[in-house]
Design a protein around this ligand. Structure first.
Ligand code: ADP
Ligand code: MG
Length: 575
């Protein structure tokens, strides 16, 4: 017969995959199930890598960290209902951290809405409070436009999370002619390499220069927004031209090396207290910076606040000159002006640098104490780790309370975007997702996770993900048998006699190292410095398998910080 055969057909899943490919997506973090298996398979078929997790929380955390590291929205794919509820943890975390990520999730068939369908949930509404944009495409052919808008909205302005709902009947829809797939996928613009960059009002730039010129004790504070903006070269020039000391927030460590002569991290309290004019680059005046308020800051400190979001300026009553714009662009604007230079004789700067020297010497002196076979504490364990790790190209991931706080000041970071931690939301459980994302983004670098035993427990099952994906993570579980100060054997026996355990306790001597081996990974138990050193040296030779070193430290070692993060101002207590 001369009857023409029908053209080959395609599916909605293939349209979704072609759309993501067109938008430049290289990797997706997620978990499949009905109805998104076809989506993942179609993505893999067009050359997108799919990293399959064990819990959507970790997958979403990984996507958000990948968004931060790569400067493009990280993409997460989950099933609907419970899958989205689990992933909400990740989108809320991304939103609070100002990191770009897109969650794509399957949902029930559109003709079964409100009927008690399989995993039915109004996901667009559920995600909305934690997202910049949350939508379901109006029809199959609108999938590319909705995905593009979600990617663009995640990236532009203040970065954050977005959500796209993918009903099962859209995914399974039979597209009659497969040439429509490419046609529709490519009918929308491609996401640009970065968001459009705006400049600050030139008048405000001139005022900022005036303020910096008159300052007696200026300070530059760099935040993870500056790291995200990839503004390291401009900021380094600004610091070196002006000779203004600087302080990174926890995730901005390494934007400019921690060992730069003008880095005053080791004199943080003094710097905050004494600064009169602060150039704030990509950091909010939230709990991490003590709300910009006295007594941690001087009562009449003036902030020059560079941020992409205008509403951020003046938060919490801070006396602020806003410079609204992209940090890289605005820093270049400042560099184009005649800049003041702090003289070497400035008493405030020499006071800070003196304090840095003194504090560094003090902590060095406190390091090597006790015999090699003594029970370890944070400092002695970290000293061993620091001595063995290569000086460069380490990507640090850290979570936990004391484990993270002490590691933050202990380990120097030399490169931008080489340290991830619990962040603005202080989220525990991010460690495995972040480490996997970091290794995916930096395939040739060593990712070292330094995590508390409690923090590790939130996402330990992702060890299987790491082993299966052949990611050579090195996870150092700093094990004190519990949350905060942990639990020693005597306390444990006592609690057993009483029949109760404190809420902070975990089972003593849990073998997290064996957990790694159960998955085919590598595990070591390290009870003293000698064992820790040999385990870490061996782990560093492993190139295609995940490693866990269970680092036993003495419980009960309460660390006293001069000021707790959460400490309220004394003024307020008087009200
Ligand atoms: P940290 O936790 O390091 O103090 P925050 O997350 O509080 O940092 O602050 C980061 C800030 O950076 C946010 O207010 C965000 O709006 C801002 N930001 C992100 N990207 C840019 C950019 N490209 N230009 C200017 N500001 C940015
Ligand atoms: Mg602990």
């Amino acid at each position: 017969s001369n009857q023409q055969s029908a053209p080959p057909s395609a599916t909605g899943a293939e349209l979704i995959a072609a759309t993501l490919k067109h938008q430049g997506v290289k990797v997706i973090f997620g978990i499949v199930g009905i109805p998104v298996i076809e989506v993942a398979e179609a993505c893999i078929a067009v050359g997108i890598r799919f990293l399959a997790f064990r819990n959507e929380q970790s997958a979403a955390y990984a996507a958000s960290a990948y968004g931060y590291l790569s400067g493009q929205p990280g993409v997460c794919l989950t099933v609907g209902g419970p899958g989205v509820i689990h992933a909400l943890a990740g989108i809320a975390n991304a939103q609070v951290n100002c990191w770009p990520m897109v969650l794509l999730a399957g949902s029930s068939d559109t003709d079964q809405v409100d009927m008690g369908a399989f995993q039915e949930l109004d996901q667009v509404e559920a995600c909305k409070p934690y997202c910049k944009y949350s939508a379901r495409p109006a029809s199959i052919d609108k999938i590319p436009a909705t995905v593009e808008k979600a990617m663009r909205t995640a990236l532009y302005g203040r970065p954050g999370a977005t959500y796209v709902d993918l009903p099962a009947d859209f995914i399974q829809y039979k597209i009659r002619d497969r040439q429509f797939v490419d046609k529709y996928a490519k009918s929308v613009p491609v996401l640009p390499a970065s968001a459009p960059k705006s400049l600050a009002d030139p008048q405000s730039v001139a005022e900022a220069i005036g303020l910096l010129s008159q300052a007696k004790s200026p300070l530059i504070v760099v935040g993870k927004g500056a790291a995200y903006a990839r503004a390291e070269n401009e900021i380094r020039q600004l610091i070196e031209k002006t000779q203004i000391p600087f302080l990174p927030t926890p995730m901005a460590k390494g934007l400019i090396s921690d060992t730069h002569p003008l880095c005053v991290s080791a004199a943080r309290s003094k710097a905050l207290k004494e600064a009169d004019v602060v150039l704030l680059l990509g950091a909010r005046l939230n709990w991490i910076l003590h709300y910009g308020q006295s007594p941690r800051w001087s009562g009449d400190v003036k902030f020059i606040h560079v941020d992409v979001l205008p509403e951020e300026a003046g938060n919490n009553g801070a006396n602020t000159l806003p410079l609204v714009g992209d940090i890289q662009a605005v820093t270049s604007q400042l560099l184009n002006q005649p800049l003041p230079r702090v003289p070497a004789t400035n008493a405030y700067v020499s006071g800070l640098l003196g304090k840095v020297k003194q504090n560094v010497a003090k902590s060095l002196a406190s390091r090597k104490k006790g015999s090699d076979t003594a029970v370890m504490n944070y400092q002695s364990a970290y000293t061993v780790i620091k001595d063995i790790l290569p000086a460069d190209d380490i990507v640090f991931v850290s979570e936990g309370a004391n484990t993270m706080d002490i590691a933050r000041s202990f380990f120097d970071v030399h490169k931008p975007r080489h340290r991830l931690d619990a962040g603005t939301f202080a989220t525990m459980g991010v460690g495995m997702g972040y480490a996997i994302a970091a290794q995916e983004y930096y395939p040739s670098k060593r990712v070292i996770s330094i995590v508390g035993d409690s923090a590790f427990g939130f996402s330990a099952m992702e060890l299987e993900t790491a082993v299966r994906s052949k990611l050579p993570l090195i996870i150092l579980v700093i094990n004190n048998n519990g949350i905060y100060h942990g639990l020693d054997n005597e306390e444990f026996e006592q609690s057993r006699r009483d029949g109760t355990l404190p809420s902070t306790a975990l089972l003593p001597d849990t073998r997290y190292d064996l957990l790694a081996e159960a998955f085919g990974g590598r595990g070591w138990l390290a009870k003293d410095r000698v064992q820790l050193a040999s385990a870490l040296k061996e782990a560093l030779t492993v190139k295609d398998n995940a490693c866990v070193i269970n680092v036993m430290i003495a419980p009960g070692g309460r660390t006293k910080l001069e000021f707790g993060w959460m400490k309220k101002s004394d003024d307020k207590a008087k009200l």
